[in-house]
Design a protein around this ligand. Structure first.
Ligand SMILES: N[C@@H](CCC(=O)N[C@@H](CS)C(=O)NCC(=O)O)C(=O)O
Length: 432
């Protein structure tokens, strides 16, 4: 008997599309509840009744007419599929699972990092975005080679592998994969367009318009999406809901907010604040970072930096990765850099870095400019910060020197001759 039941989600959820497209192929009957009063995302999914059936409190979630409940979008899509979609042989079923897992582990993270800021639902971070772009290039390249000799990902017809990977790539194709970016991956483009033009996909996705111009960080929308001060300290509504219910709010004054970083620092005993011994400094790292993230680097952020930089309260350092010969794949090096940044997250108010990966696979180097509160390297101040720094050589720069001015300009801007990096790498790509 064909599966029948209810899918709880919010409107236009790409994760829910997987099951809905699969149901178009299998004939499963799915009723969608995605809007109030039947289903209010952020509220209904937090009620005891919902949590009893779906303890993760997340959507999509599926409840069969027979009472069977399942959450996790891939499990739901699997449940509502037919044998052909799941992979008819043991081998093809394994390959379907392979692509479904790959989509979650390899595509979702960079796609979210790149796309969410363009939708105003996540703060923009240059380094992370550029690494995500490189990751997307790698993924598209890998898919392109696979699809060179194949019409679909597994076997001769559409399976859950195609449905899942298409849905995972959906926002990339809609928001940021402008023609010059996607042009090298013609097999992926051909396959993607073939899939979305199948009637079963079209019924769910509608007429899809592929990206014409790469969307950029939507700072205005992001500010509008920030929760009100009052509520932000209590319960933050889930991200997607913030997007769905666009609020008419003014950007909260970040200086007055206790963000996660402040809260973490405040939670520690005062004697543990590693910067408490330093006198106050007029240079606001927060203010500079806002300029750097949201405004033109050359015209606004750099002049602001030099106008406000306090050389008594802060120091500038040049750092170079000590083991360039160990850097193989550039995407792994990108992860090395972003991993270091994540581990240093609590330094956010007291440090800034622009780190660049130069070169190509098996021929690259990493170097960067760091700005620290105080006159010493901050890493020894806390055991949490010591994971990576010994893999770099550190040289303190004289902020009044021409060398420092040039390096700051080149690294902040990600442009310039980078003479010190070495001739070979100047031919290569700069990841920014
Ligand atoms: N891996 C899960 C992810 C589900 C998920 O993160 N859902 C989000 C919306 S896209 C959610 O329901 N969040 C509500 C919450 O975390 O409270 C899946 O694929 O279903």
């Amino acid at each position: 008997m064909a599966v029948a039941g209810t899918l709880y989600t919010y409107p236009e959820n790409w994760r829910a599309f997987k099951a809905l497209i699969a149901a178009q192929y299998s004939g499963a009957k799915i009723k969608v509840l995605s809007t109030p009063p039947q289903f209010h995302f952020g509220q209904t999914n937090k009620t005891p009744e919902f949590l009893k059936k779906f303890p993760a409190g997340k959507v999509p979630a599926f409840e069969g007419d027979d009472g069977f409940c399942v959450f996790e979008s891939n499990a739901i899509a699997h449940y509502v599929s037919n044998e052909e979609l799941r992979g008819a042989t043991k081998e093809s079923a394994a390959q379907v699972l392979q692509w479904v897992s790959f989509a979650d582990s390899d595509i979702v993270p960079p796609a979210s990092t790149w796309v969410f800021p363009t939708l105003g639902i996540m703060q923009y971070n240059k380094q992370a975005t550029e690494c995500a772009k490189e990751e997307v290039r790698r993924i598209l390249g890998l898919l392109d080679s696979h699809l060179k000799t194949r019409t679909f990902l597994v076997g001769e017809c559409i399976t859950l592998a195609d449905i899942t990977v298409v849905c995972t790539l959906l926002w990339l194709y809609k928001q940021v994969l402008e023609p010059p970016f996607r042009q090298p991956y013609e097999n992926v483009n051909r396959w993607f367009v073939t899939c979305i033009n199948q009637p079963q996909f079209k019924t769910i996705l509608g007429e899809l318009k592929l990206c014409e111009k790469m969307a950029q960080f939507d700072a205005k929308k992001f500010a509008e999406n920030q929760p009100k001060k009052e509520s932000s300290k209590k319960e933050k509504p889930p991200k997607e809901e913030k997007k769905a219910e666009k609020k008419e709010e003014k950007k909260p004054e970040p200086e007055e907010e206790m963000d996660e970083c402040d809260q973490a620092l405040a939670a520690e005993p005062k004697s543990k604040d590693p910067f408490s011994h330093l006198p106050k400094s007029p240079f606001s790292m927060d203010e500079f970072k806002r300029k750097y993230s949201n405004e033109d680097t050359l015209k606004v952020a750099l002049p602001h930096f030099w106008e406000h930089f306090d050389k008594d309260g802060w120091s500038i350092w040049y750092a170079e990765y000590r083991f360039p010969e160990e850097l193989a794949q550039t995407f792994m090096s990108c992860n090395l850099i972003t991993g270091m940044f994540q581990r240093l997250d609590k330094l956010r108010k007291n440090a800034f870095a622009s780190v660049i990966l130069f070169g190509t696979n098996n021929d690259s180097s990493i170097s960067g400019i760091w700005v620290f509160r105080g006159q010493e390297l901050a890493f020894p101040l806390s055991p949490d910060w010591q994971v990576d720094y010994e893999s770099y050589t550190w040289r303190k720069l004289d902020p009044d020197s021409e060398e420092c001015k040039d390096l700051v300009k080149e690294y902040f801007l990600w442009e310039g001759s980078f003479k010190h990096v070495g001739k070979a790498f100047n031919q290569g790509k700069i990841f920014k």
